[in-house]
Write a protein that binds this ligand. Sequence first.
Ligand code: SF4
Length: 151
Amino acid sequence: MRILVSACLLGLICRYSGDGKAFPPLAELLKRGDLHFVPVCPEQLGGLPTPRPPAERVGERVLTRDGGDVTEQYVRGAAQAEELARLMGCQCALLKARSPSCGSGVVYDGTFTGRKVPGDGVAAARLKGAGIPVFDEEHWAEFLDFIKEEG
Ligand code: SF4
């Protein structure tokens, strides 16, 4: 099974802050020969630098804390993530929770105060729209159930 994965969850330093966010339980799965992870960072693929100003979804737009509109880069990165998933034949995606790109089901509310609202990041929404199941690291058990059933 091929699985699209947020590159920051592997510890790659692609986050806005210039660091990674390694998710330790992934390490065991990386050793399995039947699972193939395809790393992606939609924000970098959309052309944004690292580090970069933090951004949050505000309705259909994505804005930085100082009001810069980075929607175009987020949309481009989401399209590239979908294309990568298609090229590599990914059957699902494991993405970083709450990110304006990768968040699934819950994202920050656009006030940069840590408040959360229901919703998807731009890339997660695009992948779901393409019929690719999306999980995040905070729903690890559901992800494990899926790869067990589908693998
Ligand atoms: Fe991680 Fe996704 Fe943000 Fe890239 S866009 S740093 S992969 S959460």
